[in-house]
Design a protein around this ligand. Structure first.
Ligand code: NAD
Ligand code: USQ
Length: 406
């Protein structure tokens, strides 16, 4: 075996950028639990945006310091925390990489809400500056460090558009015949549906460039919508609890429906609910990250791309499942987004399946619905009902359609 095909038992040094967030925190705990050495980098911008929006996680999340101290208490393991802005503090990022000499850097540190990215000119500009600036800094720093670090980035299903090709979406690359007749296998065309999703398409181009130019080893994970909140690690102490976003900007669809069901307010299905999307449970997210980390591309190989979803579902079908479980009806509301009312979506996720992932599906794990609903019951006094309805519109026409109708 070569240096890059590491066996599953080899423990790694990993820096988790965005390790205070919804996916990053449980992933950091999972990797630490599995014996990897974890350093978190986060500038707490997500917590600051909560303050800006006048909202907070439904669950009472502890400060980063309390979190890592609690983890040390319950597991005996140390996680370092560094407050660094990946998009702005280039020198600090580079110094940390040189000091830690990580095997892997996982990059979660982006503004990840499509509605926030479409809310205002400020949101659009911040999302592009933060996400593209951060990715560029990371690539520069890894190249600059001279170290052979594997970058694992969180992309999104939304880079592909949703079912625009009509066939099964492959993992990152498609076969085409170029003008002139040459056959080639190229990055799937990018069809973003928001400024946020556009940044993930641009990230993919940046990685392709740095991979070609500096032989950076990169894995891009095109993840679907994550649901759930706790994992086997975060339930070990209340101070380890994961964040739960429910508001119209940051709450993702299934978690919003579960929260609405738990609160007894109608489930906000946008448009006809015919939108089909990819879904994955947060516990599977953490497992996928370890699989990606353990299967890096070799030096000189192109960017590795995995589709990180368990299944695809139509929004109204997901709403129906939650309605059945909670007894709360769904309500069709005008769609604040510019998106196809109905789409099919067929996605390959064979790479994770063949690497051993046995995904949690909505059908098989209805029990996890009640786990989330229990969390909602426990913390519903923290919910601000004013934050439930959507408050970002993709364009003037969508804003007009929603005015007075939500
Ligand atoms: P999150 O907002 O909860 O976490 C992101 C973390 O990164 C936050 O803690 C934030 O403070 C930090 N951050 C942002 N910009 C930073 C910067 N410049 N420097 C340092 N830290 C910074 O989001 P999440 O739901 O955990 O998503 C993590 C990643 O996974 C994102 O890149 C997102 O695009 C991707 N993703 C998320 C989902 C989902 O459903 N949540 C689905 C697919 C992909
Ligand atoms: N939707 C509703 N009702 C709601 C909220 C959303 O019908 O109350 C609909 C939306 O119109 C959309 C779908 O549900 O058609 C998904 O919306 P979402 O907010 O759950 O997901 P999205 O905006 O795509 O973004 C989320 C994450 C993002 C990630 C993406 C993966 O915030 O970081 O990249 O999911 S994916 O959707 O597969 O591209």
């Amino acid at each position: 075996t070569t240096a890059t095909t590491t066996s599953l038992s080899a423990k790694k040094k990993v820096i988790v950028l965005g390790g205070d967030g919804f996916c990053g925190w449980p992933t950091s705990l999972y990797l630490s639990d599995k014996g990897h050495s974890v350093t978190i980098v986060d500038n707490l911008s997500r917590r600051n945006i909560d303050t800006e929006l006048g909202c907070q996680s439904l669950t009472p999340i502890s400060s980063p310091q309390t979190r890592v101290n609690a983890w040390k208490e319950v597991s005996g393991k140390t996680i370092d925390f560094h407050n660094i802005d990946v998009a702005k503090d280039y020198d600090k990022l580079l110094a940390l990489i040189k000091e830690k000499k990580p095997d892997t850097i996982i990059h979660f540190a982006e503004q990840r809400a499509a509605p926030y990215s479409m809310k205002s000119t400020k949101g659009k500009r911040y999302t592009v500056d933060n996400n593209i600036g951060g990715t560029n800094n990371l690539c520069c720093a890894v190249a600059d460090s001279g170290l052979d670090v594997h970058i694992v980035h969180l992309g999104t299903m939304g880079v592909y558009g949703y079912g625009t090709s009509g066939g099964e979406i492959p993992e990152g690359y498609i076969d085409v015949t170029l003008p002139g007749g040459r056959e080639a296998n190229i990055l799937h065309p990018a069809y973003p549906g928001s400024v946020y999703h556009a940044t993930k398409c641009l990230d993919a181009i940046m990685f392709q460039f740095y991979n070609k130019n500096d032989q950076l080893r990169v894995t891009d994970l095109h993840q679907g919508i994550v649901w759930g909140t706790n994992t086997p690690q975060t339930v070990r102490d209340e101070r380890l609890i994961n964040r739960f976003d429910y508001d119209g900007d940051y709450g993702t669809v299934l978690n919003r429906f579960l929260m609405q069901g738990g609160m007894g307010v109608p489930l906000t299905v946008y448009g006809t609910g015919g939108q089909t999307r990819g879904f994955i449970h947060i516990t599977d997210t953490t497992k996928c990250l370890e699989i990606a980390m353990e299967n890096p591309p070799k030096k000189g190989e192109r960017v590795e791309i995995f589709n990180q979803i368990a299944e695809t579902r139509r929004v109204r079908d997901v709403a129906q499942m939650v309605a059945t479980q909670t007894g709360v009806d769904m309500k069709l509301v005008p769609n604040p987004r510019q998106e196809a009312a109905e789409n099919e979506l067929d996605v390959s996720n064979r790479k994770f399946l063949s690497a051993g992932l046995s995904p949690t599906t909505l059908e098989s794990e209805n029990g996890l619905f009640s786990e989330v609903i229990d969390i909602v019951q426990k913390y519903k006094h923290r919910c601000d009902p004013e934050m439930i309805l959507p408050a970002s519109y993709w364009n003037k026409e969508r804003a007009k359609a929603c005015e007075g109708n939500l």
